[in-house]
Design a protein around this ligand. Structure first.
Ligand SMILES: CC(C)(COP(=O)(O)OP(=O)(O)OC[C@H]1O[C@@H](n2cnc3c(N)ncnc32)[C@H](O)[C@@H]1OP(=O)(O)O)[C@@H](O)C(=O)NCCC(=O)NCCS
Length: 173
């Protein structure tokens, strides 16, 4: 198995796989144009023969925070180490950028515990994530995801202040 940065020709495989799991909210829906625009965020895993196995993305908010997004492995390729290899590559990428804090929202915290993530009880401690995704999410008022972070919780935010994030999180129950 090979793990490498994505190239534009991977965009259609990424689009198909990510959106196959967006219907039930496992992953955020991502339009094809948005995947192309952000293709440099993505890392892909492929077989020795070059068959696409899965992907994940690292979104950079700034020097204080980045986020693992759209991590997914094709059903037939699960449990063979691809997901673990992708998350490790994304963590290394965050480290190469000097970012101390990697966050994510998930329904499967047990997978991410294995890679050093811990639960953040108060989601408003990650205001940038709240402002980027949560405030426009149809599930804002019935969020069933767990917030997690690896490294320290950032003291700063750039998309909006923490007190406004707290108000939004209160609304989500
Ligand atoms: C989560 C996912 C990416 C894992 O990929 P994978 O290739 O099957 O994972 P790996 O084979 O690399 O497993 C690595 C470790 O995680 C464990 N693991 C895998 N899936 C897990 C899960 N859903 N919950 C808890 N642990 C899990 C494995 O048992 C393995 O543990 P080990 O090292 O102790 O043996 C894959 O199951 C998937 O695509 N799920 C659907 C999409 C999804 O939910 N993505 C997360 C959105 S936040």
């Amino acid at each position: 198995m090979l793990v490498r940065k994505a190239l534009l020709h991977d965009a259609s495989n990424i689009y198909d796989l990510v959106n196959s799991l967006s219907g039930d909210g496992t992953l955020l829906k991502r339009p094809f144009a948005e995947i192309c625009e952000n293709i440099r965020d993505f890392t892909v895993a492929e077989s020795e023969g070059g068959v696409f196995l899965g992907c994940g993305a690292l979104h950079l908010y700034g020097p204080h925070l980045c986020e693992v997004r759209s991590i997914v492995v094709k059903p037939e390729a699960k449990s063979q180490g691809a997901g673990g290899a992708i998350i490790k590559a994304l963590i290394e990428e965050a480290e190469a950028h000097g970012i101390q804090s990697v966050c994510l929202f998930t329904r499967i915290p047990d997978f991410f515990f294995k890679f050093g993530f811990r639960i953040v009880e108060d989601k408003s401690e990650l205001p940038d994530k709240i402002f980027k995704d949560c405030q426009v999410c149809p599930r804002l008022h019935r969020c069933d995801e767990v917030a997690m972070v690896r490294g320290r919780i950032p003291r700063m935010s750039i998309l909006g202040p923490r007190h406004e994030a707290q108000e939004l999180v209160k609304l989500s129950g």
